[in-house]
Design a protein around this ligand. Structure first.
Ligand code: AMP
Ligand code: MG
Length: 341
């Protein structure tokens, strides 16, 4: 049996987990800083680092206690090294270094984005590589050609705002709480679309041909703003939320379809905070049936958000390949591993 510790502190969740054999969750603790950042409607890096520092040791203590393991039982420490807020990453990194130094446990450095995809290994046997890794979160709208552990190639990216960011900004425009995703989803679900009603928002990137796979959401945000300006109060919040989601998700589906056609890869793994959205989940399920691709995404919503379990899960595979790092390893805001060596 191989037990591994996962440490996540890249953004606004402090999290520690213990995983067995890279597939069984033993303990997971997540402290979300959402309330702390909520007055600012976004993550404030300095506040995030301080909050990680305050919480991380107690989360570790609770996890160890719950697992009934001692440090001697741990085979590896997996820590998120990139990408993320550097001040925040350093808190997790320093904890990993301390435990490693005191208990002589090797460290593996984990790509946060890759961990979001690999986390499905906690729910099922991992499908054979290659995958199309679709990341939809507060910081990313991207599609990766995922060839094997530690081997990702960016296929599609956003030109401006990420999908999660668009949810958060539209939520601010509609004077709804931060983060926007969960509230906009609820409002959209409450809307009963009259038969034949047209969307007030244009199709996104409609000029893009079959070879161009990219995301862009800042135009949709502006379209929402101008639509609101054209109306008088009370605003039809449910209707706007409904069509915002519909327009935004249509681009996700279109890009996944294009990526499958271009690469001929029919294993799609979707992940990130926006995958908590039930409408998106159902839409992707429908598309996977219609277009015969294999779809995977974290069933448990806690695995969609940033969490230490995904770090420990991916860390297991890196540990098996002996991809250890020394205590002098670096952390980085960049998403490309080569750039941080
Ligand atoms: P992450 O960057 O992976 O931590 O995810 C956070 C982002 O996911 C934020 O931008 C949220 O607004 C977004 N999000 C969370 N829940 C939902 C949801 N149910 N629907 C859409 N977006 C969501
Ligand atoms: Mg987060």
């Amino acid at each position: 049996m191989v037990y591994g510790l996962g440490i996540e502190s890249s953004c606004d969740e402090t999290s520690i987990a213990i995983v067995k054999d890279g597939k069984d969750l033993i303990s997971l603790k997540v402290y979300s800083q959402i309330e702390t950042h909520s007055p600012y409607r976004g993550v404030v890096p300095e506040i995030a680092s301080r909050a990680h520092l305050e919480k991380i040791n107690s989360l570790l203590a609770v996890c160890m206690e719950e697992s009934q393991l001692s440090y001697a039982d741990l085979s590896y420490i997996a820590v998120t090294g990139y990408p993320g807020l550097v001040g925040s990453l350093m808190i997790g990194a320093q904890l990993a270094r301390c435990i490693s130094l005191v208990h002589s446990i090797p460290i593996v450095l984990v790509n946060h984005l890759e961990a979001h995809l690999a986390v499905i290994g906690l729910e099922k046997d991992l499908p054979a590589f290659p995958w199309l890794g679709v990341l939809l979160s507060g910081g990313n709208s991207s599609i990766y050609f995922y060839k094997g552990f530690g081997d990702l190639e960016l296929l599609a990216d956003t030109l401006d705002d990420s999908l999660g960011e668009a949810f958060d900004k539209v939520s601010a425009i509609l004077k709804l709480p931060y983060p926007g995703g969960p509230t906009i989803e609820k409002k959209a679900q409450a809307y009963v679309r009259p038969k034949g009603e047209l969307s007030p928002f244009p199709k996104l990137l409609k000029e893009d041909g079959p070879d161009s796979i990219r995301f862009s959401y800042s135009g949709l945000k502006t379209a929402v703003l101008y639509y609101l300006k054209s109306l008088t109060e009370p605003f039809p919040i449910e209707k706007i939320s409904y069509y915002f989601q519909k327009t935004a998700f249509e681009l996700v589906v279109r890009n996944i379809t294009k990526a499958i056609e271009t690469t001929k890869i029919k294993t799609v793994v979707a992940a990130g905070g926006v995958l908590a959205n039930e409408t998106l989940r159902s839409l992707l399920e429908e598309e996977s049936l219609k277009r015969s691709f294999q779809l995977h995404y974290p069933q448990k919503k806690i695995y969609c958000t940033d969490n230490g379990a995904m770090v420990a899960c991916l860390g297991y595979h890196l540990w098996k390949e002996k991809k250890y790092v020394g205590l002098d390893f670096k952390v980085s805001p960049k998403r490309n591993f080569e750039q941080i060596l």
